[in-house]
Design a protein. Structure first.
Length: 195
């Protein structure tokens, strides 16, 4: 019996997971009750397999604009976070249409940002990101049953570059958490936090 499971992705990267991690993701994650339980399992896998960092889920709270609407603003609301002190649940971000929002939210493609210069160019909160020692991001779109983006699964790490395996794992975790995230979207906006 193999001690690893391998998941090839479209880029040809083989993701090898140790049998215990694979068993937890395949047995426990589908049975998780609610977003918090699912994300705790995903975050434990992330910490074990990738290392330190930040994991968040943002729900898209505004409709996607028509393709030609350059002045549109999108609203994202944080529904889950591995660091509630720095990134509390229910925090909202307004995003104009930028190359980042177009790639991730409109075209439904993962965004891989590596290095502080990239983070500074993309994120308004880059100073907070840097203060936490985070240097790279993987944003994975989460889809509804019709192929539209409804949320983002966001992983930030302490290394300035991602390995192909880390990127594949982030995408796998996002896919495995998609049912819980889709349910959270159906439940509506997250109540505002105490601050």
């Amino acid at each position: 019996m193999s001690e690893h499971a391998t998941f090839p992705d479209s880029a040809g990267c083989g993701l090898a997971l140790a049998a215990p991690a694979c068993a937890t993701l395949l047995a426990d994650l589908p049975r998780a009750r609610g977003l918090d339980a699912a994300m705790e399992i995903a975050d434990a896998a992330r910490r074990t397999l990738i290392g330190p960092g930040l994991l968040t889920v943002n729900l898209l709270c505004s409709p996607l604009p028509p393709a030609g609407d350059a002045g549109a603003t999108l609203v994202l609301q944080r529904a889950w976070t591995s660091d509630p002190a720095a990134y509390p649940v229910a925090g909202r971000k307004r995003k104009a249409l930028t190359p980042w929002t177009r790639k991730l939210l409109l075209h439904g493609e993962p965004f891989i940002g590596e290095g502080r210069e990239v983070l500074e160019a993309v994120f308004d909160d880059h100073a907070l990101i840097a203060s936490l020692g985070l240097q790279a991001v993987i944003n994975v779109p989460v889809f509804d049953g019709q192929g539209g983006c409804i949320a983002t699964f966001n992983l930030l790490g302490t290394e300035p570059r991602w390995t192909p395996e880390a990127i594949s794992l982030a995408r796998l975790l996002a896919a495995l958490c998609s049912p819980a995230i889709a349910h959270a979207v159906m439940m509506g906006p997250v109540p505002a936090a105490g601050r």
